[in-house]
Design a binder for this molecule. Structure first.
Ligand SMILES: C[S@@+](CC[C@H](N)C(=O)[O-])C[C@H]1O[C@@H](n2cnc3c(N)ncnc32)[C@H](O)[C@@H]1O
Length: 347
């Protein structure tokens, strides 16, 4: 075999085995191995006793995940956690365990329906579960809070978003479909003069309420239940819309954006947090992977910059600026068409 063929074959094998890596990580999180290792129980017999798993299976899983950079050590000495493994320990502000679990369980099943999803344009989730992700989150006990905990793990760009926009002249902020309230709390913590509202479906609000009451204190925020396709709280200076457009087709995006436009003053601003898709063989892969994942999960999509411009424009908003954040996420600042001044100055 020529060298270029070897390299191409290697690439195919690496692509095929990508899902095995993710599922090995999922097994470690599902068996709480990082928790046990963090508690000092790092040998295979100790882990077998605590998890009820077979020693042979555990030894092989740990040896693979050590090679993948999740654990340190070996079977003889016992295992410790790398920085990656430490992110899989339960609890803690930065923990990504809930994300690993959701992606390894429900979303893995949704990806199992990738071919019918691409054939039909209906989400992989609907093919696999017989119901939409949104209905599942509403109807399945504890699914909503589990989903929000998993979303939290991907929120590493929230503090950056709070710093990327000049909030000094704003007084009130609404996080539209704000989920866990973590973005609003990052904004309120960074800008103590602001008060804020989390607006979301009623079954999602308890998580935001719990988080904001602990992080912010009762007098600076409220939670409001409602449907973004009906109307959103009016008269605020800044509207946040994080990872929401990604779940809907253009028509639904225009409806919800038009509701936000109607609620904002002409001087208001809308801050959209999404990934921007580029094309070509040098395009960053993460937005493209997430675009495909959104088809598998909610039947949604990531958009090109022109795609965001187009749905904003159809709702009476214009894209004013774009800021790059970590994990290839972008902050898009939009202003009402015709409303040129920024949010009003504080008295
Ligand atoms: C992908 S999550 C994003 C949550 C949050 N903005 C974030 O970035 O972590 C989508 C959110 O949209 C909310 N949502 C879905 N349909 C909605 C509707 N019709 N009205 C209001 N919120 C809705 C969900 O409850 C969920 O919190």
């Amino acid at each position: 075999m020529r060298r270029s063929e070897t390299t191409a074959a290697r690439q195919v094998v690496d692509l095929i085995t990508g899902t095995w890596r993710a599922q090995a990580l999922h097994a470690a999180a599902a068996l709480s191995l990082p928790d046990h290792v963090a508690a000092g129980h790092g040998t295979v017999p100790e882990l077998a006793e605590r998890t009820g798993a077979s020693e042979d299976g555990l030894a092989r899983l740990l040896r693979l995940l050590t090679a993948l950079g999740v654990f340190t050590g070996d079977e003889e000495e016992g295992y410790g956690l790398t920085d990656v493994g430490a992110l899989l320990v339960t609890g803690g502000e930065q923990s990504m365990r809930d994300m690993v679990l959701l992606y390894g369980e429900e979303f893995h099943r949704a990806w199992g329906a990738v071919v019918p999803a691409i054939r039909t344009g209906t989400s992989g989730f609907e093919h696999a579960f017989g119901t939409s992700l949104h209905a599942y989150l509403r109807d399945e006990p504890d699914a909503g809070p589990r989903f929000l905990r998993a979303m939290n793990a991907g929120n590493v760009f929230f503090p950056e978003a709070a710093a990327a926009f000049d909030f000094t002249r704003a007084q009130t902020v609404v996080d539209v479909a704000g989920g866990s309230g973590l973005l609003l709390s990052a904004v309120l913590q960074a800008h103590p003069h602001l008060t804020g509202t989390v607006f979301d479906l009623p079954h999602m609000l308890p998580v935001a309420e719990r988080h904001l009451s602990a992080a912010i204190g009762a007098h600076r925020y409220e939670t409001v239940a409602g449907d973004v396709f009906d109307k959103v709280p009016a008269g605020n200076d800044v509207y946040l819309l994080s990872r929401v457009l990604q779940d809907w087709d253009d028509e639904r995006c225009v409806t919800l954006l038009a509701n936000i436009r109607e609620a904002m003053a002409d001087t208001g601003r809308l801050l959209v947090l999404e990934r921007v898709v580029a094309t070509g063989d040098t395009a960053p892969v993460l937005p493209l992977l997430w675009d495909m994942h959104l088809l598998m999960a909610a039947g949604g999509r990531e958009r090109t910059l022109d795609g965001y411009r187009s749905v904003l424009g159809a709702a009476g908003l214009r894209l004013e600026s774009v800021h790059s954040l970590t994990l290839e996420t972008s902050l898009l600042v939009a202003a009402p068409v015709g409303g040129s001044s920024p949010v009003p100055a504080l008295p």
